[in-house]
Write a protein that binds this ligand. Sequence first.
Ligand code: MN
Length: 254
Amino acid sequence: MRILVTNDDGIHAPGLVHLARAMATLGEVIVIAPERQQSAAGHGITLHKPLRMSAAEIDAPVAEAWATNGTPADCTVLAAADDRPRPDLVVAGINAGANLGEEVLYSGTASAAMEGALQGLNAFAISVTAYEQCLFEPAAEFAAKLARRLAESDMPPDTFLNVNVPNVCAEELRPAVLSRLGRRKYVNSLERRLDPRGRSYYWFTGEPLESDCDEGTDIGAVKAGNISVTPVHFDMNFRGRRGEIEQLLDGIVE
Ligand code: MN
């Protein structure tokens, strides 16, 4: 099995090393990761500048390791490019910080995995629910378990798994559960500041205000101490409330 290991925290992130080591027990690992922090890069791809790869060192027994000036989604595109053998599996992480609910839309980690799914590859994203003092071992262990299963069976088309692991030691971790994306509400504040030359700039300071912890959501699952596994599909079509929307657009659409 050929496995792409990527992330959005960058080539020097400790979570990447943990993931690469875990995947190296299962097959040939190629690491392609952004050369610097790309969290919240979403699904952006690079169109207007040269995309470069430079050989990188990583403390894991991998076949190849590369740092790119591209985005997380670029990393997956590069790995699946024509001049190299395609990976069988794309694994993104281990992200420092949860990717729950609508965070999946902003997450570079989730987008790298989504790009894998769009390329017809098995893929999952994995995150731990802390930014600091991350306990990566239980997440790495779960990643290996999941990768072993995906070596035997394929994911449905255009679908990846978004995994969140509570940042607790293995003994405290509760079993993995299948979940759906919940909803987090944020206080999205842009703090306006002045630079030393008196010009204003803005600093994003979003914080979760309340979260939809309902039974069955990813947010509820990690709050209860379970590993959360959410199947995610790129299809964002909204099929509900059809009549209401038709009425709203009456005379504008046929
Ligand atoms: Mn990140």
